[in-house]
Write a protein that binds this ligand. Structure first.
Ligand SMILES: [Zn+2]
Length: 153
């Protein structure tokens, strides 16, 4: 089993005008934002003060496997466009598999709108798969969303 935790991630907007506050995901203490090189693509975490509270709450359900995944194949965005939050602009994604007591993250990739290649999987092959106890996982995900409960910057 792996352990998921989260931390506030502060990045700069594209034009360097303002700070963007979002959430980094750490597995066994290793920050995935840097492990996946998400900074090269100016991405932000899935949960962010940029979106309204309802959007963050909807994302909790997606990450818990209780709402449909973002993309076919149960693929879910972890780090997304810092301007609009969409995967159409490209983002770091993974495949979510849910069982009764565990959640598994595997097949990390960088993709635009479900357009990914084997090459992308190869590039991220050193990351995951990760398996989390579902109760601890839910706590971490809900805690991340609660960091941005709508009062925003
Ligand atoms: Zn965008």
């Amino acid at each position: 089993m792996n352990l998921l935790s989260t931390a506030i991630l502060t990045t700069r907007s594209d034009n360097n005008d303002f700070d963007i506050h979002s959430v980094d995901f750490l597995v066994d203490g290793v920050p995935l934002y840097s492990a996946t090189n998400a900074h090269h693509a100016s991405l932000a975490g899935r949960f962010s003060s940029l979106w309204v509270a309802e959007a963050n709450e909807n994302k909790v359900k997606v990450l818990l496997g209780e709402s449909p995944a973002d993309l076919p194949d149960n693929r879910i965005g972890l780090f997304v466009c810092s301007r609009c939050g969409s995967l159409a602009c490209g983002g770091i994604t993974f495949r979510l598999t849910r069982s009764a007591n565990a959640v598994r993250w595997s097949k990390f990739a960088y993709e635009c709108d479900n357009d990914y290649t084997d090459k992308e999987f190869a590039r991220y092959s050193s990351i995951g798969p990760f398996t989390f106890n579902f109760v601890a996982y839910r706590e971490a995900i809900e805690g991340a969303a609660a960091s941005f409960s709508g009062r925003g910057p």
